[in-house]
Every structure is written in structure tokens, then in C-alpha cells.
Design a protein around this ligand. Structure first.
Ligand SMILES: Nc1ncnc2c1ncn2[C@@H]1O[C@H](COP(=O)(O)OP(=O)(O)OP(=O)(O)O)[C@@H](O)[C@H]1O
Ligand SMILES: [Mg+2]
Length: 373
């Protein structure tokens, strides 16, 4: 459906140098799927989205939608943004101040080449307004909305258009935490109900994991990993991804041997010998970093019989978080973060037993690796 190939977008900066904001960005979004660009501030997410929208003119690359080329450097094609017919909500969203809420959401439908009847428009618009919780404000002047309400109106307007492609840049950023979570569900529901092919931009990893069919993690203008939320979370390909998508423990290790199954290795580390998994091929003697998430370190007062990757440590500190307790555990020189159920009451200073499922101990080759897949 959407295909982006070899996209480079650059900006001149104040000192006459070029900012390489998008570098060799490539991905495909199948019909009806939600694709997320996830990355820290300045990593090139908005630039990539604006390039797809036609609001930036890339230096090189190809962008096509439904096999229709909207940008191609080699074929010298650039379709202007208003002729691409995409729905957009940008970080700085704009609602029309001289219209009320209903009119704002209905306008793009009314000005279409073949507009649906007023009754159909009303039905569509009210349904989307209800989904974003603005049904009761339909008659209000759009300027008399809070920031979060304006943001939801911008979202409703883009969805009501039923665009071929929906481009969303941090569309929930101005909402409080509770509303943002609710809107996440609503957005996912609307997206799948209307089968909207969507490119979604966020720096919020939990939002990305919750909403996406596929995620591209960006760093310094490049896609550093592309995969399903589960792949990104459970099989980060480098330290940047492991670090950015959830907090991880990182333990230096050296590979001893490959084991029976593909991707299974035994390594030596400060925690002793560990059974781990790796996406890439490793050889004995290779250096690696083992990433283990706090929730994948199992803690117990007693040694667990048959526990894999078992070791012993001492509780250094604890933080109670309500539904869980974060333990900082010292094992020799290493400090490990572990997330446990609040029923575990081991006091600070006491010994504690740790086990780690090898499936959750991910070996990342210890090289500076930012190349895309
Ligand atoms: N109009 C511009 N002129 C010059 N440089 C720009 C311009 N827009 C963006 N940049 C630079 O390009 C890089 C990528 O910016 P971009 O807005 O794509 O990042 P982002 O991932 O969307 O970040 P954020 O999460 O903060 O919105 C940054 O270094 C930024 O400073
Ligand atoms: Mg941005």
C-alpha cells in the first residue's frame, strides 16, 4: 500500500551546513495496518512523515501509495501535498477557528469532489466525534476548546475523511495520562474498524507497543530496527533499541559455545555462566552484551529448584511502585534491576535468589551497530 524507499531528507542549518534528518529510510505499510516510527527527539520521525505528506521535498528516494508514485527523485515526480489526499494530524495541529466542532470535522467531507449527502456526513462525523469524546461539544466554537480537546478534534477530522493514508504525528501528546490511554484504545478501534492504513509517530514506547502492527525504531535519521512490537521488545538488535524500548539490564559477556537449537548460546559473565539467545550468529570468544528486562528477572527468598540461569545476590535497595516493587540486587560487582510482585518482602541487606529464563536473556553483539536490517 505505502512504500518508502531510500528516502533522504536534509535541511540547511543556520551555519550553512546540512542537517541529515532522514537517512536511507525504507519501509512498507500493508493495507489497513498501523505502522509506527518510534524514536527520541530529533531522530527524524516528523521529517519522514512530512516527506510522505509532501510537506518536505526529499533529496532522494521513492514514495508510492497504491502503486501511484507521489515522489521519485529518479523519475522527477513530486505530487503536491493537497493532491495526495492523505489525512494528517501534526504535532502542531490546526483547527479552523471560525467553525464549530461539527463543521471542523465535516468540512473536508463537504469540499470533496463527490461529497456524500448531508445525512451521511452527519452520521459519519457524529460517530467519529463520539469516539473521541466530543459528541456533546459538536455545536461549540472550536476556539473554545482546551488544547487536548482541539487535539482530539484534529484527530476526528482526519479520521472522518476516511483517507487512503492517515499520517499522525504524536496525536495524543497533549492529553493527560488517563485520557491518553483511553484514546489509545479508541484510536486502535477506529483504525481497525475503518481499516485505515496509518503511519504513526511517537517517542512513547508503550504507545508504540500498544498500537502498532509494525514499529521502526529511529535514531539519528536512520531506522535501526524494524519489526513487530514483540520482536522489538523481546529481540532488540542493538543496545540503543534495548535501552530506548523499555529499561534493560546490560551485562558484559563472552561467548563460550553455541548450543543445540539455533540462536541458543552459552556465555560467561559477571553473573556466572548464562544460557542466552541471539538473533545474529555468534562465535566462541565473541564479546556480547546480554540485555535482560527487570520484569524477566525472577526473584525468590529460596533457591528455585530447576531454575535456569540461577545466581545469588544481596538486596541493595527497593522502590515500591504499587502494583510491583523494583529491587536493586548486587551480585558481586554487578547491580541488577528486577521487578517483582509486592508480595516479595525480602528486606534490604538480605540475600536473594535470582533466575532468568534464557529466552529472555538477549545477546547483542558488542559492536557499534546502527545499520538497518
Ligand atoms: N525546518 C528545519 N530546518 C532545519 N533543521 C530541521 C528542520 N526540521 C527539523 N530539523 C532537524 O532535523 C532533525 C530531525 O528532526 P525531526 O523533527 O524529524 O525529529 P523528530 O524525531 O520528529 O523529533 P521530536 O520527537 O522532537 O518531534 C533534527 O536534528 C532537527 O533539528
Ligand atoms: Mg517530531
Amino acid at each position: 500500500m505505502l512504500s518508502v524507499k531510500g528516502l533522504f531528507t536534509e535541511y540547511p542549518n543556520d551555519r550553512g551546513q546540512t542537517v541529515k534528518a532522514a537517512q536511507d529510510v525504507a519501509f512498507e505499510v500493508p493495507e489497513g495496518k498501523l505502522f509506527t516510527l518510534l524514536g527520541p527527539s530529533g531522530s527524524g520521525k516528523t521529517t519522514t512523515l512530512r516527506s510522505i505528506a509532501g510537506l518536505e521535498r526529499p533529496v532522494a528516494g521513492d514514495i508510492s501509495v497504491d502503486n501511484r508514485v507521489v515522489y521519485s527523485s529518479s523519475k522527477n515526480v513530486f505530487v503536491p501535498p493537497n493532491r495526495r489526499n492523505f489525512g494528517m494530524v501534526f504535532q502542531s495541529y490546526a483547527i479552523w477557528p471560525h467553525m464549530n466542532v461539527f463543521q471542523n470535522a465535516a468540512f473536508p467531507l463537504q469540499v470533496r469532489a463527490n461529497p456524500p449527502g448531508e445525512k451521511v456526513i452527519k452520521e459519519k462525523v457524529m460517530r467519529v466525534l463520539a469516539a473521541v469524546g466530543l459528541e456533546e461539544l459538536a455545536g461549540r466554537d472550536a476556539t473554545r476548546l482546551s488544547g487536548g480537546q482541539q487535539q482530539r478534534l484534529a484527530l476526528a477530522r482526519a479520521i472522518a475523511m476516511e483517507p487512503r493514508l492517515l499520517l499522525l504525528d504524536e496525536p495524543l501528546s497533549n492529553l493527560d495520562a488517563k485520557l491518553r490511554e483511553r484514546m489509545r484504545f479508541e484510536l486502535k478501534r477506529l483504525q481497525s474498524e475503518f481499516k485505515l492504513t496509518t503511519v504513526y509517530v511517537t517517542h512513547d514506547q508503550s504507545e508504540a507497543l500498544a498500537l502498532s502492527h509494525q514499529i521502526a525504531v529511529m535514531s539519528e535519521g536512520r531506522i535501526v530496527q524494524l519489526g513487530t512490537p514483540r520482536e522489538i521488545y523481546e529481540r532488540p538488535r542493538n543496545k540503543f533499541v534495548a535501552d530506548f524500548v523499555g529499561s534493560s539490564n546490560f551485562i558484559d559477556a563472552s561467548v563460550r559455545a553455541a548450543q543445540g537449537e539455533p540462536g541458543a548460546y552459552r556465555v560467561t559473565s559477571a553473573l556466572g555462566d548464562l544460557d542466552v539467545r541471539s538473533v545474529g550468529r555468534l562465535a566462541p570468544g565473541d564479546k556480547a552484551v546480554i540485555a535482560i528486562r527487570p520484569e524477566d528477572v525472577t526473584l525468590a527468598d529460596q533457591a528455585l529448584p530447576g531454575g535456569q540461569n540461577a545466581c545469588q545476590g544481596r538486596v541493595e535497595a527497593k522502590v515500591f511502585l504499587g502494583e510491583c516493587v523494583d529491587f536493586q540486587v548486587r551480585i558481586g560487582e554487578t547491580l541488577l534491576l528486577a521487578r517483582a510482585h509486592p508480595s516479595l518482602r525480602t528486606p534490604v541487606g538480605e540475600n536473594i535468589h535470582l533466575t532468568m529464563d534464557p529466552e529472555k536473556c538477549i545477546a547483542i553483539p558488542n559492536t557499534v551497530e546502527t545499520a538497518p536490517q
